[in-house]
Design a protein around this ligand. Structure first.
Ligand code: SAH
Ligand code: SF4
Length: 353
């Protein structure tokens, strides 16, 4: 854990109306809030640089707020600079991480929604560590603002956000939904919810609730097994919400939002990559409503699991395809940066233990 002194409240923790009110109490015109938020979106490093705000206001802001709730602790780089991972300290002495992945035509940020994760999947570094707390909406937004700030220095724009970092987004529902709205806000990052992926281990009631939010986010379900007996082990929340309920809820989501659902499948050699697994998956999913993403397991220290060989991965993907499903094999971006779910944090904790 990183020790943080109790600091000023972050400016991003104020809702739009609260910021407006704070400014108008100081006799500022209504457009100041917009100017200030534009600076946040543009990635200002200090209140001082917001040169179209009056000097007195800038120093008053600096005396009352922090720019971000996050304190960068460690950065690691992989794929010749195309992947960067940041570990941040947040209030309460906790740490979370976010990974930026640069592609030719898009830049995707993988963000965290919780410190640790209460679901406890055995193959996942986050699930094996201790659970801390859910992040607040502005702590999620600040990950995206910080990434956007760093990217703008490279002449890049953040285009996509995936909730595939630490934590189970649906176990921190209201903060996650609020953060999606903030990230999508034109005055802030303006990233369309269609380009935001919320990944879940399968909290069925929350999936149903998300379908009613009028928020066209992309839903990803971390499936990893197509029979209850195996999924009970790999994704323990399956004991509470078994496959039949999960698939019904995600099918409803697809129909209500008219958007295909992604099904994530972390490929674990000898555990969930047999012909039988592919055939079961083929029977479980409706090809019109689904897309399967195969993710070769990223090694976690001291873990008994193993990733697939390229051959067995290709064979498994082919078999799924032959069952009529759309399937993509995801790249293993950021392996050297410890990019998979919670691994950077796990390493730092180990090193500082
Ligand atoms: N808790 C949510 C979102 C965060 S995990 C969920 O489980 O969906 C994001 C994705 O990373 C999940 O599909 C998860 O199964 C996968 N993942 C976790 N550990 C991994 C590892 N070591 N290698 C590859 N993928 C991993
Ligand atoms: Fe939590 Fe997702 Fe990791 Fe499972 S895979 S422990 S749900 S973060």
């Amino acid at each position: 854990m990183v020790s943080t002194v109790q600091l000023l409240p972050p400016i991003t923790s104020l809702a739009a109306e609260q910021l407006q009110e704070w400014l108008s109490r100081r006799g500022q015109p209504a457009f100041r809030a917009r100017q200030l938020r534009a600076w946040l979106a543009r990635g200002a490093g200090s209140f001082e640089e917001m040169h179209d705000l009056p000097a007195g206001l800038r120093s008053e802001l600096a005396g009352a707020f922090r720019l971000s709730s996050l304190e960068p602790v460690l950065e690691s780089v992989a794929d010749r600079g195309l992947t960067t991972k940041l570990l941040y300290g947040l209030d309460g002495g906790y740490t979370v991480e976010a990974v930026t992945m640069r592609y030719p035509r898009r830049t995707t940020l993988c963000i965290s929604s919780q410190v640790g994760c209460p679901i406890g999947c055995p193959f996942c570094a986050t699930g094996q560590g201790p659970f801390g707390r859910g992040l607040r909406a502005h702590e999620i937004l600040d990950q995206a603002l910080d990434a956007a700030r760093r990217l703008s220095a490279e002449g890049r724009r953040l285009s996509h956000v995936v909730f595939m970092g630490m934590g189970e987004p649906m176990a921190n529902y209201s903060a996650v939904v609020e953060s999606v709205r903030l990230i999508a806000e034109e005055e802030l990052l303006g990233i369309s919810p269609r380009r935001i992926v919320v990944s879940t281990a399968g909290l069925v009631p929350r999936i149903a609730q998300l379908a009613t939010e009028k928020l066209s986010v992309t839903l990803a379900i971390s499936l990893h097994a197509a029979r209850d007996e195996l999924r009970d082990e790999l994704v323990p929340i399956n004991r509470r919400y078994p496959l039949a309920e999960l698939i019904a809820a995600s099918g409803d989501f697809a129909r209500q939002t008219r958007r295909r659902v992604s099904y994530e499948w972390v490929v674990l050699a000898g555990v969930n990559d047999s012909d039988r697994d592919a055939d079961e998956l083929g029977r479980l999913l409706d090809p019109y409503l689904s897309h399967v993403n195969l993710i070769p397991w990223n090694p976690v220290e001291d873990s008994p699991f193993q990733g697939p060989t390229p051959d067995s991965l290709a064979r498994f993907a082919k078999r799924i395809q032959e069952r009529g499903l759309n399937v993509t094999v995801r790249d293993t971006r950021g392996r050297e940066a410890d990019a998979a779910c919670g691994q950077l944090r796990a390493r730092v904790q180990k090193a500082t233990a």
